[in-house]
Write a protein that binds this ligand. Structure first.
Ligand code: DLZ
Length: 194
């Protein structure tokens, strides 16, 4: 067992619907993180058709995307059977929304959304501004909506640090796995605490 991250807890995710929104900046790091998160969701029993993946350009866009994705899923859930879809409401490209309109068998609102991004510090203040705003933004969306928004944003100083947190370097731990488990655990606990 790895000694980084929380001691894992496995909960039954078979009745959950989970969103993943990821940035496309630093995609070679992003991809294994998304795969790690998805692998743990599936291991917990979340149905593949109930995992909806959306993308945005960069980490800065994550809070708005999470907010919109959740709102759209709520409307879709409320109007289930009326023919409207979260895809229409998000106003995203057809290709990007393929998973929403064809794969998603459930019309329930998302139980949790995982926001994934990789911010690598450069020579300017960009990193600090984006990292701070995105973390505050994601927490705000979580508190405003009441659903778990999982903070899957790496804020690192260089490529090596990012790779070491994405399971790319031999023996390193993929933090995406923790995020998948956190999404299931918090979704189940939120239902129990309602
Ligand atoms: C502009 C920018 C920079 C410099 N670095 C990153 C980064 O390391 N990771 C990331 O996800 N996004 C970065 N961006 C893009 C911003 O997040 C955002 O997409 C643009 O500023 C457009 O709003």
């Amino acid at each position: 067992m790895h000694n980084k991250g929380p001691a894992p807890q496995f909960h039954d995710g078979s009745n959950l619907r989970i969103g993943i929104v990821h940035a496309r900046w630093n995609h070679t790091i992003i991809e294994p993180l998304v795969e790690g998160a998805k692998a743990k969701l599936l291991e917990c029993g979340v149905k593949e058709s109930n995992i909806v993946v959306q993308t945005v350009p960069g980490a800065w866009e994550l809070p708005t995307a999470v907010q919109r994705l959740y709102a759209a899923s709520q409307v879709q859930s409320a109007s289930a059977g009326s023919g409207s879809s979260a895809g229409d409401l998000l106003g995203s490209s057809t290709a990007d929304l393929a998973s929403l309109t064809t794969e998603a068998t459930s019309t329930a609102a998302f139980d949790a959304i995982i926001a994934i991004g990789v911010l690598i510090k450069g020579e300017t203040m960009h990193f600090e501004y984006i990292a701070e705003s995105v973390s505050h933004g994601l927490m705000r969306v979580s508190l405003d909506t009441g659903i778990p928004v999982i903070f899957g944003v790496l804020t690192v100083l260089n490529d090596e640090q990012a790779k070491a947190r994405a399971g790319i370097i031999e023996g390193s731990h993929n933090h995406g796995e923790d995020w998948g488990l956190a999404a299931v655990e918090m979704s189940v606990k939120r239902k129990n605490w309602a």
